[in-house]
Design a protein around this ligand. Structure first.
Ligand SMILES: [Zn+2]
Length: 169
């Protein structure tokens, strides 16, 4: 099932999500499958549950956009435990369609999370994957990438979005 992506302005995007406490259930499996399906349908490399209106600490990532089965990553209750270096590159978000901004992030990031069975694991990524770990984990804290850009640029984006919303887009 493909979920509709929640757009900026919906309070669920700016509300910290609740921890997942039940693992290895058919419901969780189905939910994660649906999240991948929704992410691929929207052509994203990452999706947080808050972006489909579900306030639970679940995120999926696939920087191969579905090309490589081994690139599918499920992060449940993730936390960033180590960051190193710096990278600056353009970043966008499915919840803020049409906008991309240059964002400075760590270049090498280690995340600790649980898998679908509840097993704790750690994973280190660089460049785009590091960026995805940070971006999706932020989402689950109710934080959007525009919180990392200048207030001036952020206000400009917010103004444009409000204008588009008024025009019914
Ligand atoms: Zn996003």
């Amino acid at each position: 099932m493909v979920y509709k992506i929640v757009k900026f302005g919906d309070p669920v995007l700016e509300t910290p999500a609740a921890a997942v406490t039940e693992f290895d259930t058919p419901e969780l499996r189905k939910f994660v499958d649906d999240m991948f399906e929704s992410m691929y349908a929207a052509k994203g490399v990452g999706l947080a549950a808050t972006q489909i209106g579900v306030s639970q600490r679940v995120a999926v990532i696939d920087i191969s956009l579905g090309e490589n089965e081994n690139d599918k990553i499920v992060l449940i209750n993730p936390e960033i435990i180590k960051t190193e270096g710096r990278q600056t590159s353009e970043e966008g978000c499915l919840s803020l369609p049409g906008f991309r901004e240059s964002v400075r992030r760590a270049n090498r990031v280690t995340v600790r999370a649980q898998d679908i069975k509840g097993k704790v694991f750690e994973m280190t990524g660089e460049e785009l994957l590091a960026r995805a770990f940070l971006h999706e984990t932020d989402h689950l804290y109710g934080k959007l990438y525009i919180s990392h850009i200048s207030p001036l640029k952020r206000d400009l984006i917010k103004r444009k979005i409000r204008k588009l919303a008024k025009q019914g887009e």
